[in-house]
Design a protein around this ligand. Structure first.
Ligand SMILES: [Zn+2]
Length: 174
């Protein structure tokens, strides 16, 4: 009898283990308590804290203003329908309708989804006169803006893929 009850407990343990949730995804966003696609309040978070939270490759671009290699990011080429959010804080930044095929090797947009979703800053680094584009919610570096884009704005928001999170548009079922 004792053997049987022992056997039952072992089986129970095995069954419980096998039905444990198989998550293990989005480890980094799970650690990022600031990420929200609905909260638009400005964040004041130090770089030392962001360094603890963000994956290293995102941290160096978003917080130390590095630039990812051209033609290497995940969003420079294709243009599925949907929205692009700040990968650091979740702020909605661009719609796929404003994305255009650019030969520069980085995802390019002619306008932001809301004018107040981004801010601009003069950037004279690397002996160049450029305008840096930042996320208005978390002040993370997104890329630069140039005046050689297509109509109607003639602007080109030249963004780092890694600074963006893409969410496909859900097609309304008929
Ligand atoms: Zn942000």
């Amino acid at each position: 009898m004792k053997m049987i009850s022992h056997f039952v407990s072992v089986v129970t343990i095995i069954l419980c283990c096998s039905c444990a949730p198989q998550n293990g995804t989005v480890e980094s966003s799970g650690r990022n308590k600031y990420y929200s696609r609905t909260d638009t309040n400005h964040l004041s978070v130090s770089n030392s804290e962001w360094k603890e939270i963000l994956p290293h490759d995102l941290y160096v671009v978003a917080r130390e203003k590095a630039t990812e290699r051209a033609f290497a990011g995940k969003y420079w080429k294709d243009n599925p329908k949907g929205f692009y959010f700040c990968a650091v804080c979740g702020n909605k930044l661009f719609k796929s309708d404003a994305k255009f095929a650019s030969t520069c090797g980085w995802p390019s947009f002619f306008e932001a989804v809301r004018t107040n979703s981004i801010t601009y800053q003069n950037d004279t680094s690397n002996n160049m006169e450029r305008t840096e584009v930042l996320c208005a919610r978390c002040d993370s570096h997104l890329g630069h803006i140039f005046n050689d884009g297509p109509p109607p704005s003639h602007k080109r928001f030249c963004m780092n893929s890694i600074s963006l999170d893409f969410e496909p548009e859900v097609s309304g079922g008929k």
